[in-house]
Design a protein around this ligand. Sequence first.
Ligand SMILES: Nc1ncnc2c1ncn2[C@@H]1O[C@H](COP(=O)(O)OP(=O)(O)OP(=O)(O)O)[C@@H](O)[C@H]1O
Ligand SMILES: [Mg+2]
Length: 224
Amino acid sequence: MDFVLETKNINKYFDQPVKFHVLKDISLGIRKGEFASIMGKSGSGKSTLLYILSTMDTDYTGELFLNNELITGQKHGKLSQIRNKNIGFVFQFHYLLSEFSVLENVMLPAKKLGEKSLAEIEHDAMEKLRMLDILKLAHQRASRISGGEKQRVAIARALINNPAILMGDEPTGNLDSHNSENVFSIFKRLKEEEDLSLLIVTHDEDFAKRTDRIIQMEDGRILD
Ligand SMILES: Nc1ncnc2c1ncn2[C@@H]1O[C@H](COP(=O)(O)OP(=O)(O)OP(=O)(O)O)[C@@H](O)[C@H]1O
Ligand SMILES: [Mg+2]
């Protein structure tokens, strides 16, 4: 099977305050164009798993593959390059740089990747803003737009390097129902029109039910 993202038998322990088996034998695969959600009680290990899948946490056993390439064991510098290029990430809080314009915020990950000229990056960033229907905000300071708009800017920023997969840790957790619905529609459109793969942690059952698949976590395991 061809997976964008795949894990084999991932286990993780926390040592503090006591030794704790937080992820137990996690094996999963996300296909290209699949919109999957992760649900599970608070403390079941969703965020811990997402940190590993997004290559930010390397302290685990088992294997992680991105586009069939083994990621586990790669060096720090190579990892951040792989992450920058292949993984878009949206959090519950947007983490935009408030003093910067919307456009500058969206351009940032592409500047960091350093594969395109500034003119190209600006062009691509405007294209993402247009796609998310916030083009008119391009030159606003990030501190001066609404919460729902900030989350759309954060999605545009996550997409600027055309990642293989977009991950989110409760990206609608801080939004009212109208703005949550808006974000859901954006994700759905990205799946349908761009064949993007998405893996979204959510506590919102209505949101999860409308994704292609719900991955249910309980006590560090995936239930089948
Ligand atoms: N740095 C850490 N050190 C020790 N234990 C941790 C650490 N981070 C998380 N934990 C514990 O690991 C478990 C899983 O935490 P995690 O944040 O992954 O849960 P979650 O499913 O994302 O919960 P929520 O829905 O509340 O966000 C919890 O019991 C948590 O207390
Ligand atoms: Mg969490």
